[in-house]
Design a protein around this ligand. Structure first.
Ligand SMILES: Nc1ncnc2c1ncn2[C@@H]1O[C@H](COP(=O)(O)OP(=O)(O)OP(=O)(O)O)[C@@H](O)[C@H]1O
Length: 326
């Protein structure tokens, strides 16, 4: 009996075949950005290391002022790092942008209100020296029916999908979106992300900044959580949620020496993230509240034991607050 080799796995595009051997889409090493002002200096990005492979859809998540936009500006070559390095598709951001290999969808700007949606895409093609068929790009952005509408008459969500259509014109390897759905209603967000995900299925690398945990959860393969200019969590949404979805166990131990001994023992228990003392009360953040409660009740004279859940938002605050305390 003869055997034939297994067929090669189907690759959606030539882009996908280039992935394995190619340089990462983004590689940030020891990235620092300081802004100086008369009132002192702000370290917006504080030693950020991040490697994004080709074809990944990555959410860059963080509270206000975490450094998301500043990092994105450096990836797009719009700002220079104070120190550290930025490599995009194996070269400088400027080279990648000039070659049309990186495109961005920002929150505002970039549109002329008196043009129609179709004319806007046509003009974008002209800027790249290409005669493009706007209808094809509008269809991919899910706004084929808006070709003749004036930009000024489009809703915020429709304008964002138009920015997305424009970003597709150079067929970039890397698409960067900075808080693209801010201000959109639920339906607008869903339609916007459906268009992005459909496009990313072809192998394009997508990096987006957002405040919305649910958006990162639903649409990203990987979530990078930043706070105070540093990465505080990095993994799949499920992994980050698992990190974030612990419980808080608290209890009181009156005697100082016994409490200090209990703190040490709790820190040695598996699945304990942190132990904090507030007066006689111990506050324990943990992924295994049963084990912590059992320990407190059986191995210590703890009383008034309480177990409470942390929701994702609480956990996000906890993770980002821990980062600022370090
Ligand atoms: N040009 C600038 N001059 C001085 N400080 C700046 C400048 N740009 C940003 N910052 C500061 O750097 C920090 C990070 O800002 P950045 O806009 O990158 O955060 P962000 O995570 O994008 O926040 P947001 O979610 O609010 O958009 C903030 O403290 C901000 O005030």
């Amino acid at each position: 009996m003869s055997t034939s080799p297994a067929p090669a796995a189907a690759l959606p595009t030539a882009r996908a075949s280039a992935r394995a051997s190619a340089a990462p889409a983004v590689e940030l090493r020891g990235l620092v950005k300081e802004f100086r002002s008369p009132s002192g200096s702000v370290r917006a990005v504080d030693g950020l290391d991040l490697r994004i492979e080709r074809g990944e859809v990555v959410a860059f998540l963080g509270p206000n002022g975490a450094g998301k936009t500043t990092t994105i500006d450096m990836v797009l070559g719009l700002a220079a790092p104070t120190s550290g390095t930025v490599a995009v598709l194996g070269g400088t951001p400027e080279a990648a942008v000039a070659a049309g290999r990186v495109a961005a969808v920002m929150q505002t700007g970039g549109l002329l209100r008196d043009l129609t949606v179709g004319e806007t895409v046509g003009l974008t093609g002209a800027l790249f020296g290409r005669d493009v068929d706007p209808a094809a790009y509008l269809a991919r952005a899910g706004i084929a029916d808006l070709a003749d509408r004036l930009v000024a008459k489009c809703s915020g969500g429709q304008q964002q999908r138009l920015r997305f259509a424009m970003a597709l014109v150079p067929d970039p390897d890397l698409l960067v979106l900075d808080e693209p759905t801010t201000g959109m209603d639920v339906e607008g967000r869903r339609e916007f992300w459906a268009a992005i995900r459909a496009d990313a299925a072809g192998g394009r690398t997508v990096v987006f900044a957002t405040h919305y945990l649910d958006e990162a959860d639903a649409y990203a393969d990987r979530v990078v959580m930043v706070s105070h200019g540093r990465v505080v969590a990095d993994g799949t949404a499920a992994e980050v949620k698992a990190l974030a979805s612990g419980r808080v166990v608290s209890a009181e131990i009156d005697d100082d020496a016994t409490r200090a001994h209990a703190v040490g023992a709790l820190r040695r228990l598996g699945a304990v993230e942190s132990v904090e003392e507030r007066g006689v009360r111990l506050i324990v953040h943990t992924a295994d509240s049963d084990a912590v409660a059992r320990h407190l009740l059986t191995a210590t004279p703890a009383r008034d034991v309480e177990i409470t859940s942390r929701n994702l938002e609480d956990a996000f605050v906890a993770l980002t607050t821990e980062a600022s305390a370090r």
